[in-house]
Design a protein around this ligand. Sequence first.
Ligand SMILES: [Fe+2]
Ligand SMILES: [Fe+2]
Length: 382
Amino acid sequence: MKRILILDDDQRMLDALRRTLHRQTEDWAVTFMRHPEAAWEALQKTPYDAVVTDVRLPGISGLELLDRIRQNERTKDIPVVVLTGLNDRDLKAKALELGAADLLNKPVEAGQLIARLRSVLEAKTYQDDLRATNTSLTEEVRRQDADLAQSRMSIVCRLGMAAEFRDEATGNHVIRVGCYSRAIAAEMGMSRSFLEMLLLAAPLHDIGKIGIPDGVLLKPGPLSDDEWVIMKRHCEIGERILREQSKVVVPLIDWYAVESSSIKSALENRDPVLDMAATIALTHHEKWDGGGYPRGLVGEAIPFESRIVAVADVFDALTSNRPYRLARPEEEALSIMEDTMGSHLDPRVHAAFIRALPEVHAVRDRFADDAIVFPHTEGASR
Ligand SMILES: [Fe+2]
Ligand SMILES: [Fe+2]
């Protein structure tokens, strides 16, 4: 049912229109009004599909009403048909300029009015459909963006787990390191976006282990000096895997002429999560006193995010079962960490970790390793 508002101060005219329109149009609900202010009020309450207005009205004129309708957010899309005198050229020009959908000469002939109304209603329906399509397209794009973000998150997590599965068989380790790191950073007052990035980037700290030969990575006993040199390469390998993204992706986009703009921009742009992950992969074994590897960075020269991940990683390694030893009780783990604070770990980050312990416990419960897959053998923690 289409809602139409007809405005004219001539009661006889309205009566005549009422009779004709009633007979000819069953799918229209037509309201007749004589006062423009009352019509304006009605327009604010009811979503009309079309307005027909005379120009000369008591109070404000039909053109002023037209102007108001066009300026108002609620009513700006309602088509307005203006009734004018036969020779009123200036008025007609003004009405069109103000956005009248159509003009009709007075006296109005009912058949003509119905024909004009049909055509403006049709145009309005078309416009409404178009707008609805646009809205649903916008929603679709938003949904695709969310899907893309989710699949990126999922890929990042799985990549981290793939690396850990090779040597530790504890996929949950990488998730816990992400959560612990986030909890520490939150204690240190970092921004929400930093926390979100760290949560995704930290699990990739050991991705470079993919490039370490099994003979070294899976060796049950302690590593020789030469084997340690190989093992330590996982930091640089990890950084290369994560940092050189665009070199891999841009030729793919060109070769297959990828067109989806959201996928394209997601692939082309430098991904801040991968950037942070690359930094962490390279520097998570640096130590506060400069005794770490691969660069031997000292103190605050070690990237902040890596100092956080170092604390999270050490704690989780100490409190988890490993192929070469059983998990230590938390108290013992905390006291070992306390001892290495200032030599291995950044004291400020360590203090934040202690404050975050309640959340750390919640994470450990939620993402516990449900089974010990590897037998216990003696060996060094790497
Ligand atoms: Fe590592
Ligand atoms: Fe780790």
